[in-house]
Design a protein around this ligand. Structure first.
Ligand code: SF4
Length: 298
C-alpha cells in the first residue's frame, strides 16, 4: 500500500510541474475553430504524444488527489478540527442568487482541478492552518450574517462540514461553492447551508471530473452553475441541464467567462438564453464589476 501511495504522490508532483503546458494546450483545444468540443478526442489528436500522456496524467491526478485527501489523509493539510485557510475577507457576494448581499468569505486552500480560466490559482497552496473555532470567531466578528466557504475546492478538507455546522449553529447562513467533482453528501443535513455546485463545461478542460451523481443530492435551496466560455459550452450546458432536468430541482446559473483569453460577451450569453427561453439565471460576477478584474480579497 505504501508503494502505491508513493507512486501516486510521484504522479501528482510530476503532473503539477507540467500543468502549465497542459493548460496551454487545453486552451488551444478549446478555441481551435475546427474542433467539436463535444468530443475531446479531436482536441487530443492535435497534441504531441507526450502531452496526450500528460493530460491523462492530469485527469488521473485529479482523481488521485480526491482519493488521497479523503481515504488515506496522506495529502490532508489539516489535523483534526483544523483547516488550511487561504484568506478570510468581507465583500459583496457576486456569483449566485445571493449576489449583492454583504458576505464574509472563507477561502480554503487546495484544489484537485486545474480549470483553464481559474482566477484563484493562489489558493492552490497559500494558507495558514486555523481551528474551526478560530475561523468561526473571525467570521462572527465581522457581524455579517452570510458566509461563503469557497476555495480552491472546500470539500477536499474533511473539517469543512464541521465549519459549516458551527457557523450554521451561530445563526449564520452558509453558502458552499464546490467544483462538482466531490460527493456533497456531508453537507446535506446541515441547516442554513446552500450548496452552489459547478458543473464543469468542456472549455474548462475539467469536464471529465464532474460527479453527476451529485445532481440527485441537490435540493430546492441549492444552485448549479455552468461557466460558459463558448457557444459549444452553452450548447453542452443546455443539453446536460435538460438531460438531468436540473432546472426542475434548483436554480441554474450561467456565468460568462470574463477573464481573457477565453472571455465571452455577457450580451451574447444573454441573447442565447432569451432565444432559447431558458429558466436560468444569467450570473455576472458582480464583485468584479464593482471592484475590478484583478483585485484580490473582494
Ligand atoms: S475548481 Fe475553481 S479553484 Fe479549482 S481550478 Fe477550477 S476554477 Fe480554480
Amino acid at each position: 500500500m505504501k508503494a502505491v501511495i508513493f507512486m501516486a504522490l510521484l504522479l501528482v508532483v510530476y503532473s503539477e510541474r507540467t500543468m502549465p503546458m497542459i493548460e496551454r494546450y487545453s486552451w488551444i483545444g478549446a478555441h481551435h475553430p475546427s474542433l467539436n468540443l463535444s468530443s475531446l478526442t479531436h482536441f487530443h489528436t492535435l497534441m504531441p504524444v507526450k502531452l496526450r500522456a500528460l493530460t491523462l496524467c492530469a485527469q488521473a491526478r485529479a482523481t488521485l488527489l480526491s482519493i488521497l485527501y479523503h481515504s488515506h489523509g496522506v495529502m490532508s493539510m489539516e489535523k483534526d478540527n483544523t483547516l488550511k485557510v487561504c484568506e478570510i475577507f468581507t465583500s459583496i457576494q457576486g456569483e449566485s442568487s445571493y449576489a449583492g448581499w454583504p458576505c464574509t468569505f472563507v477561502r480554503l486552500t487546495g484544489c484537485n482541478l486545474r480549470c483553464g480560466y481559474c482566477d484563484t490559482k493562489y489558493a492552490y497552496y497559500e494558507g495558514d492552518v486555523l481551528t474551526v473555532s478560530e475561523i468561526a470567531a473571525k467570521v462572527a466578528a465581522t457581524g455579517i450574517r452570510l458566509a461563503e466557504i469557497t476555495g480552491g475546492e472546500p470539500l477536499l478538507q474533511k473539517e469543512t462540514a464541521a465549519l459549516a455546522k458551527t457557523l450554521s449553529g451561530m445563526g449564520i447562513a452558509v453558502l458552499i461553492e464546490t467544483n462538482g467533482s466531490i460527493d456533497i453528501s456531508c453537507l446535506k443535513s446541515i441547516p442554513l447551508v446552500t450548496v452552489i455546485m459547478d458543473i464543469k463545461t468542456p472549455s474548462s478542460g475539467m469536464s471529465d471530473n464532474n460527479d453527476f451523481t451529485n445532481i440527485a443530492r441537490l435540493t430546492r435551496q441549492d444552485e448549479v452553475k455552468f461557466v460558459i466560455g463558448s457557444r459549444d459550452d452553452y450548447t453542452w450546458a443546455v443539453q446536460i441541464m435538460r438531460q438531468y432536468e436540473i432546472d426542475k430541482i434548483c436554480t441554474v446559473l450561467m456565468s460568462p467567462v470574463t477573464l481573457p483569453p477565453s472571455s465571452i460577451d455577457p450580451k451574447l450569453l444573454a441573447k442565447w438564453i432569451l432565444d432559447d427561453k431558458l429558466s436560468v439565471r444569467l450570473n455576472i460576477q458582480l464583485h468584479r464589476y464593482i471592484f475590478g478584474q484583478d483585485i484580490r480579497g473582494v
